[in-house]
Design a protein around this ligand. Structure first.
Ligand SMILES: [Fe+2]
Length: 203
């Protein structure tokens, strides 16, 4: 397993602030980008960006259905994207389950970037990411957030919101589960809990 493969499975970089531009409505954005955005695996000059698009109702996760979709990605130093630092286009297709995952390269070490995706005039939530320090660069400390097992069906997980709001973290390590392998609604919650508060479905 390469270093990048290893890190890809366990490292996410600071959080997802919900910033929707005036180019699209929040409802259009949440329908197209219903699975959010993510970044991780930082190198001094690169970071992986990820999203999944839902171009039509049948393009549900794992369905193998839905048309090819052109997805534009944008990186900027500022959250308002006044100046686009880098951008490009990729195609999301049913063959990749309409996920987009690629290395944004040519970046500056130890630098924060904002990123987002665009399909037509529909804009995703904005994510915030950060490149790793340059090799050998003096670094007196690095502060990470750490989260572990979370049963998505059985909690509100406000800790994620608090982590995303912090500016002093260079990354977040996720060490546990988010969805379990049990059938929907069957994971055992605590003895006094009323049961699942939301259901995980394939759509
Ligand atoms: Fe777990």
């Amino acid at each position: 397993m390469s270093r990048r493969t290893l890190l890809r499975s366990g490292v996410g970089v600071a959080g997802a602030a919900a910033l929707i531009t005036t180019r699209s409505t929040a409802s259009a954005s949440s329908a197209m980008f219903r699975h959010g955005v993510a970044s991780g695996d930082p190198l001094p000059d690169a970071v992986i960006l990820w999203t999944r698009v839902s171009p039509s109702p049948e393009a549900a996760p794992g369905s193998g259905l839905g048309s090819d979709t052109r997805v534009r990605w944008e990186l900027a130093h500022d959250a308002s994207f006044g100046t686009i630092f880098a951008s490009g286009e990729v195609t999301a297709s049913a063959a990749s389950d309409h996920t987009v995952k690629f290395d944004a390269t040519g970046l500056t070490p130890a630098t924060e970037y904002h990123y987002r995706f665009v399909v037509g005039d529909v804009v995703s939530p904005t994510g915030r990411t950060r490149t790793a320090p340059a090799p050998g660069a003096p670094t007196d400390h690095l502060r990470f957030g750490v989260v572990s097992c979370s049963n998505w069906e059985g909690g509100y997980f406000g800790a994620y919101r608090h982590l995303a709001a912090r500016d002093d973290l260079v990354g977040i390590l996720h060490l546990g589960d988010y969805l379990y392998e049990y059938a929907a609604g069957t994971f055992p919650v605590s003895g006094t809990a009323p049961g699942p508060m939301r259901r995980h479905t394939r759509s």
